[in-house]
Design a protein around this ligand. Sequence first.
Ligand code: MN
Length: 310
Amino acid sequence: MRLCRFGEGRLGVVEGAAVRDVTQALDVLPNYRYPLPAFDPLIANLSKVIARARAILPKAPSLPLAGITLLSPVASPRKLIAAPVNYQKHLDEVRDDKALHHNNPAHTITIHSAGLFLKATSSLVGPGEGVVISKPERRTDHEVELACVIGTKARDVSKEDALGYVAGYCIGLDITIRGSEDRSFRKSADSFSVLGPWLVTADEIPNPGQLDLQVAVNGEVRQSSNTKYLILGVAELIELASSFYTLYPGDVIYTGTPEGVSPIEPGDEIVATIEKIGTMRVKVRAHEDVHNHEGHEAHEDKSKKQLFTS
Ligand code: MN
């Protein structure tokens, strides 16, 4: 099943070029009270939500996919985990280009030495919300990545069992300001973690290690690879991550980007595609454009609130 979040906290099932509005399926979520749980409520209750969505699907209103604003399929992850230099050819291009490594040896070591890093959850947006360039004087790059959403609490999971802990997959964009600072700082600006266009449940992708992925900017292909070239695949990343910290439902793992990273600017359109997931279109905007547009923040807050109270 392809589950999307859209508009003001609505839930949809994607069927071809249409979205069936199954927001009422969120009624099965428990009424959480403060202190809120350490997981995303929708993902933690995914099987119940899907069962209700299937039951109401025949009478669910149908909307054209093209007309809706897609939000992050996971509203409230507690961790955005990311893998650095996890494709050999990307590591090679980082080593060969000073603009990418900035004389920082930490940027040119393998993932086995570098481990994983975290991105601020406040950087998370859906494709319909777009990317905002916050530091126009700095180089800001796209990184297309397979993103894996954890479905079940996981601690010290072996790679043999790891895929059983996955709720589903999305396309991720790990937007990055190049420079010498820590990755968690440069990659955590508002809107720098795009997740979308929807969650494809894990049953539809039994092998995440054999997926073509691609990104084009303004129609020009910049990155094109396959997840078979990942140094640590999804299962190995879950094994590594869960050996350090507990993974909770809704936690997202950005699995790393292949070669071909390049700068983006306001006005650009990023089109990212991953086999068996789909395609998402993401607009790049200038900081001033967003903050002069009154009402944007209010809309965003309302949409997040609605999911919690539904
Ligand atoms: Mn990345």
